[in-house]
Design a protein around this ligand. Structure first.
Ligand code: URA
Length: 212
């Protein structure tokens, strides 16, 4: 598994504003959206392309276009929804599937409560959107879900990661044939006793959409 922490002043600037507890939901949503677009630029570095030739007004030009099958973007409900627009802005031809996963706040175990994904993901590049890679349970389960359906290339985009979550992903996804990459704006210090990332930014879903 490859972990790519995007080191860029704009990424750090937006992340710092997101972390700030004084940032209200409307600004938080806007910043998360912009931050995801910056992360998506790095995350799509391995996007599959095919060669094409187009006619410019002057001469033929050799270039590339995104290859078929279309990439699949999978936000993990609910907080991953706050990353969707920022991602598809960069990949407008991607298809979007949904995966609803929730973690039990006592056991910290993840379970699936909703899914809308193609039954066959053979040969698909998938981009999983999950803002907080904390214990890693949700993301590991989501990645397994996709590879069980045939996805052969997975990139997870996370606003923040905890080292514990990365270790768990490495442990649980060891031996998977599909290459897995995690692209993130920062690797934080640790998890606290409630499974929150420290210093983190709090509950991403609550900060995006309020406490419901
Ligand atoms: N989920 C969140 O929203 N925040 C954390 O810090 C950990 C998991």
């Amino acid at each position: 598994m490859r972990v790519h922490v995007v080191d860029h002043p704009l990424v750090s600037h937006k992340l710092t504003a997101l972390r700030d507890e004084r940032t209200e939901s409307p600004t938080f949503r806007l910043l998360a959206d912009e931050l995801v677009t910056l992360l998506a630029y790095e995350a799509t570095r391995d996007a599959r392309v095919e060669e094409v030739t187009v006619e410019t007004p002057v001469a033929p030009a050799h270039g590339v276009r995104l290859a078929a099958p279309k990439p699949l973007v999978v936000p993990i409900l609910r907080a991953g929804l706050g990353m969707l627009d920022g991602m598809v802005r960069l990949l407008p031809t991607a298809e979007v599937g949904f995966l609803g996963m929730v973690r039990d706040e006592d056991t910290l175990k993840a379970s699936t409560y909703a899914e809308r994904l193609p039954a066959d993901l053979s040969g698909r590049q998938c981009y999983v959107l999950d803002p907080m890679l904390a214990t890693g349970g949700t993301l590991a389960a989501a990645i397994r879900f996709l590879t069980d359906r045939g996805a052969d290339h997975i990139t997870a985009i996370c606003l923040l990661c905890a080292p514990e979550g990365i270790e768990r992903l490495e442990r649980e996804l060891d031996g998977l044939a599909a290459p897995i990459t995690v692209v993130t704006a920062a690797m934080d210090e640790k998890l606290n006793e409630k499974g929150y990332i420290v210093p983190g930014l709090g509950d991403a879903g609550d900060r995006l959409y309020g406490v419901v």
